[in-house]
Design a protein around this ligand. Structure first.
Ligand SMILES: [Mg+2]
Length: 188
């Protein structure tokens, strides 16, 4: 079968990693509990930044956020390796900007994710993911972001929400830990 995955905040804990970087860079000590309560994908609010300042901070820090020590979620790498071993096709569909695409692909490989160059897509807008997912004829797709998931909700494929504080309102089936994936598959 064909499995598609978003990367940031679906397979890797990017926003929390960025939250720690913001604390360092802004010389603040905002407790991580505030991160877990965020109702927005954006993380700037607890730091007292406006949305414009938040956007600037994100873009200024992007290189460091993307390519340092962002951890994968528990069991994410092992679960995808197992899917790969079982002969499933694994696709990555990330809206990370074009200029970071190839480095992201290599970074993912270095972390141990099973990556094939021709199954790695990047640089599209959130709203363009749906078209790519349809063209690839994926069987399963996993993402965290309401803006993306809303565009897929009526599609034929099986969509799962990666559980996050800002997507609680979505009614799609949900995955909270990657160790649950094989349970989900056997129940289908
Ligand atoms: Mg994401």
């Amino acid at each position: 079968m064909k499995f598609g995955f978003d990367i940031d905040d679906t397979l890797i804990n990017l926003r929390e990693h960025a939250f720690h970087i913001y604390n360092q860079k802004l010389n603040q000590n905002v407790p991580v509990e505030q991160f877990h309560e965020l109702k927005t994908v954006e993380i700037h609010e607890p730091f007292g930044l406006s949305s414009i300042e938040g956007k600037e901070m994100w873009n200024r820090t992007l290189e460091e956020i993307y390519f340092t020590t962002c951890p994968a979620y528990p069991d994410a790498i092992e679960t995808l390796q197992e899917l790969d071993k079982q002969g499933h096709e694994i696709f990555y569909i990330t809206a990370r900007p074009k200029e970071y695409g190839e480095r992201t692909r290599e970074w993912m490989k270095q972390q141990g994710f099973p990556v094939q160059a021709e199954r790695f897509f990047y640089g599209m807008k959130d709203t363009e993911k749906a078209g790519i997912i349809r063209e690839l004829k994926l069987d399963y797709y996993f993402d965290d972001k309401p803006d993306v998931l809303d565009t897929l909700a009526n599609d034929y494929l099986r969509v799962y929400v990666m559980n996050q504080s800002y997507n609680q309102h979505l009614t799609l089936p949900r995955i909270s830990r990657w160790s649950e994936l094989f349970d989900i598959l056997t129940k289908e």
